[in-house]
Ligand binder design. Structure first.
Ligand SMILES: [Zn+2]
Ligand SMILES: [Zn+2]
Length: 145
């Protein structure tokens, strides 16, 4: 169960950093792992409001930072203006294709990217921790108009 594992990671992180283990923080974590998609802080806030969570924007921002620090979420640079995030624990490394017109996002996994990473890593003697790769284009629906 991924949810049990990520809760444990968050609990340990909060304990080690002497942060409070509030229900809100765990509720946010659960929602992020339930929605299984990319999100930004404001849309997460609206989603939680609509689902009757009594939560402040400050708590959302603060918790997103905590989750970034314990590697439970990562930033994805798939939209130009808004910072988006997605859950990272237990999910396969993947990259994105975004339609610049309708915003449709496709996730894909190509093992050749891992090969590139390995050879770059060797060539420049650097241990690559993470990467961001997004292809931008026009999806078929738009192309046909
Ligand atoms: Zn499109
Ligand atoms: Zn993704």
């Amino acid at each position: 169960m991924i949810l049990i594992q990520v809760k444990k990671i968050l609990t340990n992180f909060l304990q080690n950093n002497k942060l409070r283990k509030t229900n809100e923080r765990f509720a946010i974590l659960k929602i992020i792992y339930d929605i299984k998609s990319h999100f930004d802080a404001d849309s997460l806030y609206i989603y939680m409001k609509n689902n009757n969570y009594n939560i402040s924007k400050a708590t959302i921002y603060n918790t997103i930072n905590i989750l970034l620090n314990c590697n439970l979420i990562v930033k994805t640079k798939i939209k130009n203006h808004v910072t988006q995030f997605e859950r990272s624990y237990g999910f396969k490394q993947h990259d994105h294709i975004v339609c610049v017109k309708c915003g449709k996002t496709i996730e894909f996994c190509d093992p050749r990217i891992q090969d590139i990473k390995n050879s770059i890593s060797k060539l420049f003697r650097i241990n690559i921790i993470h990467h961001n790769l997004t292809f931008y284009g026009l999806c078929k629906k738009i192309n046909n108009i």
